[in-house]
Design a protein around this ligand. Structure first.
Ligand code: SF4
Length: 385
């Protein structure tokens, strides 16, 4: 598709374009994955927001070993390794790094930036509940973030600019949602891997350009259907994290036309597009609401299991899935513990089998996970027939 080619070209040139803009005085504000940092605020300040969501390579995990404790998860290690390896320009270009602190692993990655680099780090406290008290705390944390951004950029964020940014990002989320919903069809209009690459692109691309691309893509995809190749199970993919480049799970599931990943729910790495920021009223309060309350609580939050199971149950029904993949990032302890509960839940409440796959971003995982995935998909096919 011509639109996807344009997007690839934009992403290919983006680091060079960013460097040029930086030389002309533009500020780049990067942030770690997780649905807590309001990009709208960064964009409204006239800075360039970049979401750091790369991962999936064992070499990067190994490189982090010289700096970080072995008991940290591969995603958090990658977030620092990519800075020291100096192979990924997004991880060195920033004037400020905003780190939401949902777990100790990202906290330690932020420590490394402070110890070993001169990159300015701002930690955004993330409460583990979302009642009134926590909402006020989070709104206050966002106020401090606003002051920090204004300090870096050297100007105040104007309310009108913030409202425009909210409108722009709402459009982006709406279009991602519309595109994602094209996968409720059977066969879906695009593969899980295609959707994931588009979703990941939205963290790096210029948001105005991204909205135009998503609009064109939506129009093109409305007429498209993937080829039907026998009985193809429809998969819901869930877990703590799906990083840009960590696409082995899609190759395993969708390779050789075996199955379709029709919907995914992950805490980090994937832009959440089901809920928007309210456009009327106090924009700061609306941002705090959206970024703390308006998505299914992640596994790191207290009492998160039931509300997330309800959200996943709705996705499973709406997208008519046949089975679930739980993609577990190694050493991500809260999701690991939850996975046992969810396996029972999917089985008993929804009659959906769940396969848990654990990843340390190691290339060797592919072989043994392939055997398990193939067997699981064969079982789903038999059930579906
Ligand atoms: S994958 Fe889990 S442990 Fe790693 S940064 Fe994310 S939430 Fe934390």
């Amino acid at each position: 598709m011509d639109t996807l080619r344009k997007l690839d070209e934009h992403l290919h040139n983006r680091p060079i374009d960013l460097k040029k803009m930086k030389e002309k005085g533009k500020k780049i504000i990067a942030y770690f994955a997780g649905e807590f940092v309001p990009e709208e605020m960064i964009y409204a300040a006239g800075a360039i927001p970049i979401g750091l969501v790369h991962g999936g390579s064992g070499e990067e995990v190994d490189a982090a070993g010289a700096y970080m404790h072995h008991a940290l998860c591969p995603f958090s290690k990658t977030q620092f390794a990519l800075c020291v390896l100096n192979q990924q320009p997004y991880y060195r270009l920033m004037d400020l790094l905003v780190v939401p602190v949902p777990c100790i692993h990202l906290h330690r990655a932020a420590d490394c930036y402070e110890y070993y680099t001169d990159i300015d780090v701002f930690r955004l406290g993330v409460p583990h509940q979302s009642m009134e008290l926590e909402l006020n705390y989070f709104a206050d944390a966002q106020r401090r973030l606003k002051e920090k951004i204004e300090g870096v950029v050297g100007t105040e964020i104007k309310i009108e600019e913030l409202k425009k940014a909210i409108f722009l990002y709402n459009r982006m989320r709406n279009l991602l949602k519309q595109i994602s919903l094209l996968r409720t069809q059977d066969p879906p209009a695009l593969s899980g891997l295609e959707f994931m690459k588009i979703n990941h692109a939205s963290f790096y691309a210029d948001p105005t350009f991204m909205v135009e691309i998503l609009q064109s893509l939506y129009e093109e995809l409305q007429e498209r259907r993937l080829e039907r190749n026998g009985v193809k199970p429809r998969i819901l993919l869930t877990g703590p994290n799906l990083a840009r480049g960590d696409y082995k799970i899609f190759e395993l599931a969708e390779g050789e036309g075996k199955a379709d990943v029709v919907v995914e729910e992950a805490f980090e790495g994937v832009r959440f597009y089901w809920q928007n920021v309210e456009e009327d009223g106090d924009p700061y309060q609306n941002l705090a609401q959206r970024y703390l309350r308006k998505f299914p609580p992640a596994g790191i939050m207290r009492k998160s299991t039931i509300p997330r199971s309800q959200f996943l149950s709705k996705l499973a029904k709406d997208f008519e899935v046949d089975g679930v993949f739980w993609y577990q990032i190694r050493l991500c302890e809260c999701y690991d513990m939850e996975s046992h509960w969810f396996k029972d839940y999917f089985d008993k409440e929804l009659s959906l089998p769940m396969l848990k796959l654990v990843s340390n971003y190691d290339a060797l995982e592919f072989g043994y996970n392939k055997t398990r995935v193939d067997t699981f998909i064969d079982m789903l096919k038999t059930k579906k027939r």
